[in-house]
Design a protein around this ligand. Structure first.
Ligand SMILES: NC(=O)C1=CN([C@@H]2O[C@H](COP(=O)(O)OP(=O)(O)OC[C@H]3O[C@@H](n4cnc5c(N)ncnc54)[C@H](OP(=O)(O)O)[C@@H]3O)[C@@H](O)[C@H]2O)C=CC1
Ligand SMILES: CC(=O)N[C@@H](CCC(=O)OP(=O)(O)O)C(=O)O
Length: 341
């Protein structure tokens, strides 16, 4: 298989390169850069020394089977129809194809959607929830990192009508690599180290993505309170969710629902009773870990979920989507547990 990465010098791009280099079905690897084409990959990332990754190419994409676009939002959509016309499958790690509505995209991303006519052709690439729709697809919207952790926790419970839809609070924390290598002032060492801050309060662009997919699961339009925070660590994401359970629903019912949804899944794990997710459980792996309890005093469920933002939250999930799109075993190239401790 010939595979390419646009944005190969970014954090998500580098993680894709790491996974693609060990994937048995990947032969030729085309790695592109808009700013340092012609340079050796090792000169950008010296830890690749001796791995023969090659020279970064310009963005004149050759014929490929699959192209990963790990670019800032807005840059992928404008070029996608040309790739699809050449039978190149496109997996977008950015947000251009995640929302079904161009109007909602424009409202939250503050720019006109560059290719709204393609939105109907894109599939939302969360394999544990939409596996059959992803198989063989040509245009896959890789979910955002916060939505991935949130949706894995909530979608099965809402599909089975176990939660009320008018009280959903998502309190999320991410490591700094989530902001990308080109992160601005807010990700400088002095601003992040020994510091802990909320951002995007009440207006983060993952809110409509989460609401879209939760509404689809619940079959009614719903809204959420979603607040992301930046944690002084490199990788990882922990999401704590508060929700009101439906009358008569017990903790065991919620747990049973997760069990049915995930017991055959390689990457999503409901922890044993009493064990709570930690970011290091997932670090460097494509795994997600979930736990819940119902607070008997309030009747609300408290859920904690963790993933690695660069793996299940980006590159690992993108490879999982490629495997499904190409008909390979879904976990090829992405199996394994975290680096611990
Ligand atoms: N980091 C994460 O945890 C996650 C990231 N994502 C998404 O993946 C995509 C890539 O993110 P990430 O790798 O973190 O970002 P980075 O900032 O680390 O990398 C983005 C890359 O895009 C390339 N690029 C091309 N054109 C431009 C441009 N005009 N302005 C800036 N960069 C440009 C750059 O490479 P070059 O100059 O070599 O072309 C750059 O290395 C984004 O859409 C992001 O939202 C999704 C989930 C999680
Ligand atoms: C810590 C941090 O800054 N995280 C990023 C989310 C990364 C991600 O999933 O972003 P995309 O939707 O752009 O793909 C943010 O909040 O924008």
């Amino acid at each position: 298989m010939k595979v390419g990465v646009l944005g190969a010098t970014g954090y998500a791009g580098q993680e894709l390169v790491r996974l693609l280099k060990r994937h048995e079905e990947v032969g030729d690897l085309y790695l592109a850069s808009s700013s340092v084409a012609g340079e050796d990959y090792e000169s950008v990332y010296p830890h690749w020394s001796g791995q023969r990754v090659g020279i970064l190419q310009d963005e004149n994409v050759p014929d490929l089977d699959v192209l990963f676009c790990a670019l800032p939002h807005g840059l992928t959509a404008a070029r996608t129809s040309a790739f699809l016309a050449r039978n190149i499958k496109v997996i977008d790690l950015g947000a251009d194809f995640r929302l079904n509505s161009a109007q909602v995209y424009e409202e939250w991303y503050k720019v006109k959607h560059p290719a709204s006519e393609l939105l109907k052709d894109a599939v939302y690439g969360l394999p544990e929830l939409y596996r059959e729709q992803i198989r063989g697809q040509s245009l896959i919207a890789n979910p955002g990192c916060y939505p991935t952790a949130t949706l894995l926790a909530l979608v099965p419970l809402l599909r089975h009508n176990l939660l009320q839809t008018n009280y959903l609070i998502i309190d999320a924390k991410s490591g700094v690599s989530g902001a990308g290598r080109g992160g601005g002032l807010g990700t400088h060492y002095a601003e992040v180290n020994e510091n802990f801050k909320a951002y995007g309060v009440g207006n983060h662009r993952h809110t409509p993505e989460i609401e879209q997919e939760l509404s689809r699961a619940a079959k009614v339009p719903l809204t959420v309170n979603f607040t992301p925070h930046l944690v002084p660590m490199t990788r990882g994401m922990l999401v704590t969710i508060y929700a009101a359970v439906q009358p008569g629903i017990q903790e065991e019912d919620l747990r049973e629902c997760w069990k049915e949804q995930y017991e055959r899944e390689e990457f999503v794990h409901v922890l044993p009773l009493g064990a709570w997710p930690q970011t290091k459980f997932a670090s460097g792996s494509n795994n997600a870990f979930l736990q819940l309890t119902v607070d008997q005093r309030t009747g609300n469920v408290i859920i904690v979920a963790t993933i690695d933002n660069l793996m299940k939250g980006a590159a690992g999930q993108a490879i999982q989507n490629m495997n499904l799109a190409m008909g390979y075993p879904e976990s090829q190239g992405i199996s394994g547990t975290a680096l611990w401790p």
